[in-house]
Every structure is written in C-alpha cells, then in structure tokens.
Design a protein around this ligand. Structure first.
Ligand SMILES: [Zn+2]
Length: 131
C-alpha cells in the first residue's frame, strides 16, 4: 500500500472523505492519485470532498470476487463525485427487481447520491447511498 493510499484509509477511519487537489489546475482526485490526470502536475494537497455524487450507470452484481461474495447480490454505482472525479462503489440502499430498478434509473430517480463511510472487512470504505 502506498503512503497516499494509507493516508486515504486513515482519513476514512476518522470519518473524513479526502481527495488530492492539484495546486496547478485545481482538479480534485478522489480516490487520491499522486499525479494530476488533467495537467500531469505533482504538487498536490489534501482536501475534504462534499460526498455528493451523481449516478452515471448502474449494474447488478450477482457474482463478485471472494471479498464481496457476502454482500451479493447488490447494485453497483458507476458515478462521479461533485468535485469531478469518477468514483465507483456499492450502492447500499437500492434493491429489488432489476427491471424496476433500471426503470427508476432511466427516470432519473436514482441520480443523486451521497457517499458514506462503512466498515467492511476491517476497512472503512466509501459507499453510495441514493438520496
Ligand atoms: Zn492539475
């Protein structure tokens, strides 16, 4: 685990959603990445993000890898946070028939997401809640 990744998990353990902001162009990377994807800058600083998210696509996961088997089936959010970064995670409060869920998604009823930190397998990790 890199120092940045460890710091990110330490922040999550404290209940803080932190990303790295590029001091050169202002782009925020969540999860953190040491080199700016917008301008290749490397002068970064930690910033707290809002936790607001927008759902881009949704998928039903029925056969995840061994680490997430215990949660299946669950919905997974392909989303981006308000600060701009793409961040994908589990969607914790959406369940039910896939056809009904997809209809809600197409109608825009699942658009607004909020990240919350949950403890899973000993790690604190951000998951999405539909709000
Ligand atoms: Zn940049």
């Amino acid at each position: 685990m890199t120092a940045i990744t460890k710091q990110w998990y330490d922040y999550l353990e404290e209940g803080r959603l932190m990303g790295l902001k590029c001091k050169k162009c202002g782009a925020v990377h969540f999860p953190p990445f040491p080199i700016c994807r917008e301008c290749s800058g490397t002068d970064m600083e930690w910033v707290e993000i809002s936790g607001e998210g927008h759902l881009d696509e949704i998928a039903l996961v029925t056969a995840p890898d061994q680490w997430f088997e215990q949660y299946a089936p669950y919905y997974y959010a392909y989303a981006h946070v308000a600060e701009g970064s793409v961040f994908e995670s589990m969607l914790v409060n959406v369940e039910g028939d896939p056809a009904d869920v997809y209809e809600q998604f197409l109608a825009g009823k699942l658009d607004h997401l909020k990240l919350e930190i949950q403890k899973r397998d000993g790690y604190s990790y951000p998951v999405y809640r539909c709000v």
